[in-house]
Design a protein around this ligand. Structure first.
Ligand code: CA
Ligand code: CA
Length: 85
């Protein structure tokens, strides 16, 4: 049985004063994919994702995968410390 693990990280790696949410998925300890979300309006609402990954494992990347990730990103973002400008 394989062990799947998801790691979520808040980090402003685009250096635009709005944190990105990075998702990394590990299978048995090995990174299988990574993707990130950003907030186009920099208001803490995540509406943009990076290059596609097949999050629901149905063989394609579509709006379902994107919606799943954005839901996770927006929930997780509430736990991130936000910089006040
Ligand atoms: Ca950013
Ligand atoms: Ca999919």
């Amino acid at each position: 049985m394989s062990q799947d693990e998801i790691r979520l990280t808040c980090e402003d790696f685009e250096k635009d004063n709005s944190p990105e949410i990075l998702l990394e998925r590990f299978t048995n300890g090995d990174l299988s994919y990574a993707m990130y979300a950003s907030s186009s309006k920099k208001d803490g609402h995540y509406d943009t994702t990076s290059s596609p990954t097949d999050l629901d494992n149905d063989g394609d990347f579509d709006n379902e995968d994107k919606a799943i990730f954005l839901t996770m990103a927006n929930a997780f973002a509430k736990t991130c410390q936000r910089k006040s400008n």
